[in-house]
Structures are given as structure tokens and as C-alpha cells.
Design a protein around this ligand. Structure first.
Ligand code: UD1
Length: 341
């Protein structure tokens, strides 16, 4: 079976994707610098799939090491590139760190892929490229808006770099996957989301509050023009998201792609408000969540959810899991991580 490199393969979405790749029979090599992950994740992956993926601790900014890696693994048929920094606020404070981490590393990998006889490349992009879209649900044709942060800009520039490279590199085929809001964990609760420090994202903040690590969830604003006044997002179960990567990779490896560079939205197509997420959590966990409404968070968009038509029709992929499933698995994971279960 084909050998696939997964960069950032010990992270939240990366680890779930490695599980799905191994379940499909792919041979996986993981590169991770462990800056926001742990080698212990390998045990979780191994326990779920019965197979330990190859792993190299490597910082992709180290170009000579990246070259050596590809010399050793010149039989790699595809790369799923998750490795990147993703904290929006930090990117505003440290823009150069973000451009170096997210852009220079992408360039180094593409330079290596150009040397191979053929290569498939899957890029982690984000619905953040659309900003506050003028029309909902958001299709892939919605215009890319001025980025709100250096982090968002790295996703936009990253897509442009890949598109430009594909135009002049017939041996390279690529898909950018624009994720909406990934949440939840594998049902086994052997892998999951492990934010370092205070979580910035809603779902880990909810589960950490319920378990007692955080005192209270602040709901950022209830005066938005939405049904209940809180912001609306498209929360997609990470296992559904991981499976979409395998489908996208198969598409490229089986030459089913319609262009050398394609983009797909990955979401459920359904918008949920912050209060709906809180209610879903309370329902599946049986816990009462301590939350209060506070002022708006700077930079938040009002509402975003995906038009999934292109992914459904072209990839033949659809989400199967619900918000309740995601909240149930996120809660199970939180309890296991904290040793309460
Ligand atoms: C955020 C980033 C986005 C990035 C994505 C990656 C911002 C402004 N946007 O998206 O660029 O691609 O993460 O996962 O940081 N919320 C609360 N209380 C909290 C945390 C969140 O009410 O403590 C609300 C937010 O206002 C938002 C929703 O929950 O309405 C989801 O927030 P979050 O999980 O941070 O995701 P995004 O803002 O969609």
C-alpha cells in the first residue's frame, strides 16, 4: 500500500487522520516537532489501529533535515500537511513566527515534492479565508476576504503558493481542504484535542469548565443578528473531517481530480449557535455548565456555515456524526485525560 507522509500527525486533526489512513491500509510516516503535541499520541493511534506508524521528530524549518527525510522516504506517494501554528491572537503578536512556521515549511515541502515523479498533496486550509461571507451557506466560490490575522493570511498565501506551483508542475496534484470548526474526538477516547494552556476554542473551554479546570465559560456576545444573538458556526466532528482527508487523497492517487489544484469546504452544512453548543453539551453530559454572557470577542465573525454540495458531489463524502456525538466524545475524552474515568 502507498506510503503517505503526515506532517503534524500527532496533533488533533492529524492524529485522527492517521487512524483513518491506517484503517484504509495506508503506510503512514509522521513528522511532528512536538511543539503542540506529545509522543504519547502514538500509543493512542497504535492502540486503536493495531499498528504503530513510523515517526520522526523533525522541525520542518530545518531545510537540510527535510531534504534528508525525503531522500530516505523517496517512495512517498502523498503528503497530508497539518503542521502549522494556529493561535490567532499569538499570530497578531508574532507575525514573523507565523510566516516562518506556516509558509517557509510549506515551500520546503513543495520543493521536495517537485523532485518526485508524482505526488499528491493535501493542505489544511480554513473557512477563515472567507471572513464574514456575504452569503450563507458558504460555497467554494465565495470570495476570499482580506485576512483578519497573520494566521488567516498564512492560509490564504499557502493556498496561492500551492495553486501557483501546481500550474507549472504537472507531476504535482493538490487539494486544499477548508475546514469549518473541528470538534470532538475518536469514540475510543484514546486520542483527542489537547490544547496547551487556556483553550481559545469553544468546545475544549466547555469541557474544561465542566471538569473544573476553568471556573466559567464566557459566551462572547449575545447581541449578534442571529436567532439567539450568539455567533453561529459549523461544528464538524473530527472523525468525519479525518475521513474526508482519506477520500481527498484517494481522489488524487486514483487520478479522479478535475484539476491539478482543487479546493473543498469541509463542514456539516448546519450552523449552530454558541448557546446551542452549550445546550448540546449539557444534554449529552448531564452536567450543568457554568457560563455567563460577556462582551463580544474582537475579530469574531457573526455567522459561518458550509455549503457542502461540492464536497458531497465531487468527493462523494458526507458527514455522518452529529453535534451531540461530538460533544459526547469530547466529554468522554476530557474525563479520561483528567483521570476521572
Ligand atoms: C477560531 C479562529 C479561526 C481559526 C479557528 C481554528 C478567531 C477569531 N478565529 O475560529 O481563525 O481558524 O479558530 O479552530 O479566533 N466562544 C465563546 N467563548 C469562548 C470561546 C469561543 O463564546 O471561550 C465563541 C466564539 O465567539 C465563536 C464560537 O464560540 O462564536 C467558536 O469560537 P472558536 O472555537 O474560537 O472558533 P472560531 O472563532 O470560529
Amino acid at each position: 500500500m502507498d506510503k503517505i507522509l503526515v506532517t503534524g500527525g500527532l496533533g488533533f486533526i492529524g492524529s485522527h487522520t492517521v487512524v483513518e489512513l491506517q484503517n484504509e491500509g495506508y503506510e503512514v510516516v509522521i513528522i511532528d516537532d512536538l511543539s503542540n503535541s506529545s509522543e504519547k499520541v502514538l500509543d493512542g493511534i497504535t492502540s486503536i489501529t493495531g499498528k504503530k506508524p513510523l515517526f520522526e521528530k523533525l522541525d520542518l524549518k530545518d531545510r537540510p533535515k527535510v531534504e534528508t527525510f525525503f531522500e530516505k522516504h523517496n517512495d512517498v506517494k502523498g503528503v497530508i500537511h497539518f503542521a502549522a501554528s494556529k493561535a490567532v491572537g499569538e499570530s497578531v503578536q508574532e507575525p514573523l513566527l507565523y510566516y516562518e512556521n506556516n509558509i517557509s515549511t510549506l515551500v520546503y515541502i513543495l520543493k521536495e515534492l517537485k523532485k518526485l515523479p508524482s505526488a499528491a498533496f493535501i493542505f489544511s486550509s480554513s473557512c477563515t479565508v472567507y471572513g464574514q461571507a456575504d452569503e450563507l451557506p458558504i460555497t467554494e466560490n465565495a470570495p476570499v476576504k482580506q485576512a483578519e490575522s497573520p494566521y488567516g493570511n498564512t492560509k490564504q498565501i499557502g493556498e496561492e503558493i500551492i495553486s501557483d506551483t501546481c500550474k507549472v508542475t504537472p507531476s504535482l496534484k493538490a487539494i486544499a481542504l477548508r475546514y469549518f470548526n473541528p470538534v470532538g474526538s475518536h469514540e475510543s477516547a484514546k486520542i483527542g484535542e489537547l490544547p496547551i494552556g487556556v483553550p481559545q476554542n469553544l468546545v475544549p473551554f466547555i469541557t474544561q469548565t465542566a471538569i473544573g479546570i476553568r471556573e466559567q465559560l464566557s459566551v462572547f456576545g449575545d447581541d449578534y443578528p442571529t436567532p439567539d444573538g450568539t455567533c453561529v458556526r459549523d461544528y464538524i466532528h473530527v472523525v468525519d473531517l479525518a475521513k474526508a482527508h482519506v477520500v481527498a487523497l484517494n481522489r488524487l492517487l486514483q487520478n479522479k481530480n478535475k484539476a491539478n489544484y482543487e479546493t473543498f469546504n469541509l463542514g456539516t452544512g448546519k450552523g449552530s449557535s454558541v448557546l446551542e453548543v452549550v445546550k448540546a453539551f449539557e444534554k449529552v453530559s448531564g452536567e450543568k455548565l457554568n457560563y455567563k454572557i460577556v462582551g463580544r470577542r474582537e475579530g469574531d465573525i457573526i455567522s459561518a456555515y458550509a455549503d457542502t454540495t461540492k464536497a458531497n458531489n465531487e468527493l462523494g463524502w458526507k458527514t455522518k456524526l452529529t453535534l451531540d456525538d461530538a460533544m459526547r466524545s469530547a466529554w468522554k475524552w476530557e474525563q479520561i485525560v483528567r483521570g476521572n474515568k
